[in-house]
Design a protein around this ligand. Structure first.
Ligand code: NDP
Length: 433
């Protein structure tokens, strides 16, 4: 059961833990007494980067609400070298080409040939998470000279992820931003032109397709949409502040850091039930908190959770605040029937209230399914010839960095093949097709 304690949330991060916890209101045995919180050097090291608009494909963990517009973030150019400081903005040592001074149609005169070339491409990739940047690596190696519109908020979901331990090739794990910096470096090494701008509008009615971003009109023979999806958050200031310090939106990515911890999952859909069940592999106890008394989740998922001795299901409970200075130490919960609040100790919070694909600017052009994700046809295609789709913007099933990257590869190869069939370029990637 959830036992209430009196907790305050006005401590500084430097205060010792013991000085911050008040006596439990009840004199009965406190299951949280003597609780020590140690994130094992994992989640606790990371703090949110920025705070909004992490567009971009990617299957990483924490992400932030959609910042509007399409266009995946990118992680900054070049080699970040040493350890990344999560507390400060990432410095791009290879800034994107300065395209913002140019206006108007690249081919409509007044901007010169160089400018026209800078915004004209055989392949435009929108999004710079693992899908977009992998597509860029493949496309640039195939001499397609791709332009990547990467978004003004760098990086996709991995940019606000701490340790990534399930991306193959990094046996010791790698920080999300560092991994994305490597993706970008690799794409640029082969000549991808990466512009850190958000897409504002697209016109897919005829080819070359038109894409507008920060006053520049881009023209492309083909497009790969890799704008990703963003996890939804509760919208609490304390939730944002403690993201990466015990608050997460990805059990697959961060569950490992909660070994033997008592944690909560908020949400009443399949994602919440699935994540709660998954987290029992690590946590000593998982409290599932749902704001209503009926679940959106499928019956079988609820039954599975009910049968799991490590899961305690609590209905009619909302999270009003995440408590803790430097890391999550508790939750302020509200009974949604009586409106009564109480504080409970907790060592972690997984927010599992759904995802939103970043599809706004494409909605007039591309088909979306009932959940708002783009509909893929014939592997990576769309209903518009020459427009391809990759990563989490269509994939609500796997949502992993490695699957998004694989998808980016597939889309780039399909685009290359299509461009060749159209007589726009020669296919150079050796494949078995
Ligand atoms: P859902 O939209 O199905 O569920 C979201 C849940 O979060 C709802 O219970 C909702 O509560 C709750 N919620 C939303 N906003 C808040 C908030 N601000 N505070 C508290 N609670 C909130 O999203 P899911 O991600 O769970 O699922 C999306 C789709 O993906 C579904 O179709 C699902 O079936 C599918 N899916 C399938 C899986 C599988 O088959 N293995 C695994 C995961 C997802 P309320 O009910 O009150 O609105």
């Amino acid at each position: 059961m959830l036992r209430s304690v009196s907790m305050t949330d006005d401590r500084t991060p430097d205060q010792p833990e013991d000085s911050t916890r008040s006596e439990p209101e009840t004199k009965k045995a406190d299951p949280f007494a003597g609780l020590t919180i140690d994130f094992g050097g994992g989640a606790v090291d990371a703090v949110p980067l920025g705070g909004n608009g992490a567009n971009g494909s990617g299957g990483g963990s924490d992400s932030v609400p959609i910042g509007g517009g399409a266009g995946g973030g990118n992680p900054g150019g070049g080699n970040l070298g040493g350890p990344i400081s999560f507390g400060s903005p990432i410095v791009f040592d290879a800034p994107a080409p300065a395209v913002e001074q140019r206006t108007g149609h690249p081919g409509s005169g007044g901007t010169g040939d160089d400018d026209r070339d800078a915004a004209r491409t055989k392949l435009l990739i929108i999004g710079s998470g693992p899908a977009g940047l992998t597509a860029a690596i493949y496309a640039s190696r195939a001499n397609l000279d791709p332009i990547v519109l990467a978004g003004v908020v760098p990086g996709g979901q991995l940019m606000i992820t701490s340790d990534v331990e399930n991306y193959p090739g990094f046996p010791e794990g790698i920080l999300g931003p560092e991994l994305m910096a490597k993706f970008r470096e690799q794409a640029e090494r082969f000549g991808s032109r990466i512009h850190d701008v958000d897409v504002e509008r697209v016109d897919l009615s005829s080819r070359p397709f038109g894409v507008w971003a920060r006053g520049v009109e881009y023209r492309a023979d083909s497009i790969i949409v890799a704008t990703g999806a963003s996890a939804l958050w509760l919208g609490l200031e304390s939730e944002t502040r403690l993201r990466g310090r015990g608050v997460s939106a990805c059990a697959t990515c961060d569950g490992f850091f909660f070994r033997d911890k008592e944690i909560a999952v908020v949400g009443g859909g399949d994602t919440a039930l699935e994540e709660a069940t998954y987290l029992t592999r690590f946590a000593s106890k998982v409290h599932l908190l749902h704001r209503r008394d009926t679940f959106r989740a499928s019956k079988i998922m609820v039954e599975r959770a009910e049968a799991n001795p490590k899961i305690e299901i609590h209905t009619n409970l909302a999270v009003d605040e995440v408590l803790g200075g430097a890391k999550v130490e508790g939750l302020r919960l509200r009974d949604t029937v009586t409106d009564q609040q109480r504080d409970v100790p907790m060592e972690g919070l997984f927010v599992a209230i759904g995802y939103r694909p970043n599809t706004e600017v494409f909605r007039d052009w591309l088909e979306v399914d009932e959940k708002g994700y783009l509909v893929v046809r014939d592997e990576t295609g769309s209903q518009i010839e020459g427009v391809f789709i990759a990563g989490d913007v269509h994939d609500h099933r796997y949502r992993q960095a490695v699957t998004a990257a694989g998808d980016g590869c597939r889309a780039a190869i399909d685009a290359e093949r299509w461009l060749e069939a159209e007589g726009i370029s020669e296919a150079t990637t050796a494949t078995a097709w």
